[in-house]
Design a protein around this ligand. Sequence first.
Ligand code: SF4
Length: 450
Amino acid sequence: MTYFFETYGCQMNSAESAALALACRERGWTAAADGESADLVLLNTCSVRLTAEKRALGRIALYAALKKKRLARPLTLVLAGCMAQRLGKDLRTRFPAIDYVMGTAARSLFPLILEAAEKALGVETFPELAEQAAFSFSPSHLEERQFRSFVPIMHGCDNYCSYCIVPYVRGREVSRDPRLIAGEIRLVGERGVREITLLGQNVNSYRWNGDGSQSGLDFAGLLRLAAEEADRSGVRWVRFLSANPRDFSAETIRVMAENPVFCRHLHLCVQHGSNRILSAMNRGYTRERYLNLIGEIRSAMPDITLSTDILVGFPGETGEDLELTLELMEEVRFLYAYMYHYNPREGTAAFNLPGRISEEVKRERLSRVIALQKKHTAALLKSRIGSRERVLVEGISRKNADELITRTERDEMAAVPGSVSMIGRFAELTLSSLRGNTFRAKELRPCPGV
Ligand code: SF4
């Protein structure tokens, strides 16, 4: 019995695919080299943009055609993720080749799908079951032979940013039991994982009241717990994603600054530099609040690097609004940014807003933001040449098989000659030169005992 997964979208989908693959392996399934040869294909889909959904539709059509050709050996086709949550029923009508639709809240029913696939039972009633499922976290999200792992700490989002589909497809925020989070850190640490990323759509609003106490445990408290567990179990680097300025507390900054296990890199989505647009986006903070927060973070951790998300072309955006975004970028100087222009998403509050911007203007504004970011990235990386760095060796460079690709805790990439036996281990190198956005180094020194 073999399985093949195609995973689209965010890190949350990657973590969930890792958990589902683990469930397959625990039942004796093995990974197939490709979908054509697999017994079960799972498409873990994304709905954040229309383009992502169109791509998934293309994949569904491809596997539907394959099923028609492969009558002798049944192929079970599972649609999972945000698009399954959003369009599930319609898609099953449109593509009867889809055997199971498993929305984001229905992952706990995956073992039944595997059982059905194993027995080839044909379970018409199953989709109904899917809707009754309550969201539950998997015990582990560790991929095979991995030295780093995602550790989801929460699911869903209550923020309802006006352009975002996530709250409608992933539901309200559910914070995970801290004992289970600590257990997963211990488990992956004992299995050789050296770097973890605490994962959630909006990690700063983590709050666990499961113990019934009023105060409960907030994100800063969870970071303390994660640091203790990491220290005990050999995890050396802890990152978290996605952070939101709206709920980013001074206590979180203090805990990060006190403990070197927290990588000195932070991805803090700003989206825009104009208060008028931030309010229309329902982001819940102002540019002043964001800049103050950056100031607090930098005074507590002066060597930290920052990245962000920037969304231009939101309905009603003026040239002045864009200038405010460019000015904010000048003031912060992000190491890098994910930059994109607004895409109307049906079902979101912004979908019906007046003042849509033409594709041409959106592209022109985006190109100005990208050009400025490129300038900042180049200058920041250049200023780091000569620095001695600890790195985690991630793998063989795709560009040069004689080189290894490594990453600093500041999320900078460096290529260096070295032996594959170093993959998954910490080492030291000097950032000696720069090619594009990747540093070059001459030699790698293992870090003993790390
Ligand atoms: S914080 Fe906003 S953009 Fe992020 S997932 Fe929640 S609603 Fe979407």
